[in-house]
Design a protein around this ligand. Structure first.
Ligand SMILES: [Mn+2]
Length: 298
């Protein structure tokens, strides 16, 4: 059954596929997680929260929906193998024309493997900026190399990587990253805007894909995620660094992953906790900022 949900409940004029530059792609997928669960439901909670967004962005002085924002049907992949998930997302993303800007929501971080493969077919060469608490650079995890702990390791052979906000890793990951000259890591404890700028300017590719694991944020901003880590990036830091990406590079798309909403059961219904509801809204707002950056920089 097709749902009637629309991003921000935009009228048809601003939300039909043909007239929209932006495509929101909600993904439900989680497998073999490390600690907490629930990222399968993250995308649709962000979509529902988008209903409460203002149509105007004060920072960029623009009505960012004007180029159109189309909401795809939710892609449900929880019962699929990691291999099938990667294949299906790759096909889906490769089916869009290069003038669409795809914003994928949800799932655990392994979805990025499929999304990036799909974008390779459209855009060829590009670098990847990762906002994350974890390096995600393991060779395999729980018996699979297509696991959320291995995402960047899967991507690095074809793409330069800038990782920002990292504050949790394994010794072997550290060794692998240090000897791989395609990876630049800006650890959370050494974070500065200038370091991000320097890293972006050093990239060979003009094009950039952005993957945002919500645990890159400090838990005071986003706590509903499988593995929250203290000492992360705050809202303003993330907004400023994203803005910089759009100023310095041609951003070709992005994803926001690992949001795991929390629920409480009352006698007649199950609903998000107030914290989780707030975070769904914060992430919807993050998407409207990203759309604004692209509208302003295009
Ligand atoms: Mn991650």
């Amino acid at each position: 059954m097709k749902s009637n949900l629309k991003w921000m409940q935009l009228p048809d004029e601003y939300s039909s596929f043909d007239r929209s530059k932006f495509v929101i792609l909600p993904i439900s997928y989680e497998k073999d997680l490390t600690y907490g669960i629930g990222s399968a439901k993250g995308a649709m909670e962000i979509v529902k929260a988008s209903e409460h967004l203002e149509y105007y962005d004060e920072e960029f002085d623009c009505e960012f929906f004007e180029q159109g924002i189309y909401l795809e049907e939710e892609i449900k992949l929880c019962s699929e193998s990691p291999e099938t998930m990667v294949e299906k997302l790759q096909e889906k993303v490769a089916s869009f024309d290069s003038d669409k800007f795809v914003v994928s929501l949800g799932g655990d971080h392994s979805v990025t493997i499929g999304l990036v493969k799909g974008l390779e077919k459209i855009h060829g060469d590009f670098a990847v900026l990762q906002i994350d608490a974890h390096s995600d650079f393991r060779d395999s995890w729980n018996g699979s190399s297509l696991n959320h702990a291995c995402v960047m390791r899967q991507i690095v052979d074809k793409h330069e990587i800038v990782s920002v906000g990292i504050r949790s890793q394994d010794k072997d990951e550290r060794k692998a990253i240090d000897k791989n000259d395609k990876v630049q890591t800006i650890y959370a404890f050494k974070y500065s805007f200038d370091k991000v700028k320097e890293a972006l300017l050093s990239l060979k590719s003009e094009k950039l894909y952005i993957t945002i694991d919500v645990d890159g944020f400090d838990p005071s901003v986003i706590s509903c995620t499988g593995t929250p880590e203290p000492g992360g990036l705050v809202w303003r830091q993330v907004i400023d660094l994203l803005k910089l990406c759009f100023e310095k590079k041609k951003v070709i798309g992005c994803d926001v992953v690992e949001f795991a909403p929390e629920y409480i059961e009352t006698k007649d219904k199950k609903q998000q906790t107030s914290r989780s509801r707030a975070e769904s809204y914060i992430l919807a707002r993050l998407i409207s900022k990203i759309v604004s950056f692209e509208v302003r920089s295009a």
